[in-house]
Design a protein around this ligand. Structure first.
Ligand SMILES: [Zn+2]
Length: 243
């Protein structure tokens, strides 16, 4: 049985060994939060870890059932928001190397207590029990400031795309043509421009850059698995916001 702290995610095998988890538990119950897994011959790469320790554990167990046991583990955090990071300890305790943008790494730990209280309060409105679990955050092991290509069995492109936050990254897997966009791209709702977002102009420029990639599928930070035209609809919204 799935723990209530995981929610009721839809699991999609987007391409062989490439999974999207859609609508993991979230304080915006109807929206949920997404995460992904890429399995290569040498590695398992988690993209985000959900909003609860239970989500992190669920993602890890899902991968473990499909692993040989010799893989290196990585967790790439698309940005610093705790609804994407709170499951991280589950991957860390199994030895995952955590990678984030330098700007995200600086704030992930210091914001966590504040954010945990706020999220706990919000989530109590929707869920009667403590569904977050032990959400310990730690500083990422590796940080990036510009686009970085890693060979982890398959090529994994980590793209620095500041926008929604100064430390946004997207993960692109050329072999499957899948882009994991984090909250730089949302589906079913407008892009979330906040006080700590960087200039909309830069955000748009970074989304334009993504369009140069050969993309078949986009998994946004929230909302349904999408086709590449979701990039344009997010750009169009941001352009209207700008004026
Ligand atoms: Zn989010």
């Amino acid at each position: 049985m799935i723990h209530p702290g995981v929610g009721n995610p839809q699991i999609q095998e987007i391409a062989p060994g490439v999974f999207g988890f859609i609508r993991l538990i979230h304080f915006f119950h109807k929206i949920g939060v997404n995460a992904g897994i890429i399995q290569t011959p040498e590695s398992v790469i988690f993209i985000d870890s959900g909003m609860s320790a239970h989500s992190g554990e669920f993602l890890f167990n899902f991968a473990r059932e499909r692993m040989k046991g010799t893989e290196d583990l990585y967790l790439i955090l698309t940005h610093k928001d705790t609804d994407h990071c709170f499951g991280m300890n589950e991957m860390k305790k199994h030895g995952a190397t955590v990678i984030a943008h330098e700007h995200a790494a600086e704030v992930i730990v210091e914001e966590s207590d504040l954010s945990k209280n706020r999220i706990a309060k919000m989530i109590r409105k929707e869920f009667p029990e403590d569904v977050l679990g032990n959400t310990v955050l730690s500083r990422p092991d590796q940080t990036i400031v510009r686009d970085t290509v890693l060979n982890l069995g398959d090529e994994i492109h980590i793209l620095a795309i500041p926008g929604h936050t100064p430390g946004d990254i997207a993960v692109y897997h050329p072999k499957s043509k899948v882009l994991f966009a984090g909250d730089a791209i949302l589906e079913g709702m407008d892009p979330y421009v906040r006080p700590d977002s960087i200039s909309i102009k830069t955000w748009i420029r970074n989304l334009e850059r993504l369009k140069e990639l050969d993309i078949e599928w986009v998994l946004p930070g929230h909302g349904a698995l999408s086709r590449r035209d979701i990039i344009d609809s997010n750009i169009q919204y941001l352009m209207r916001e700008q004026h």
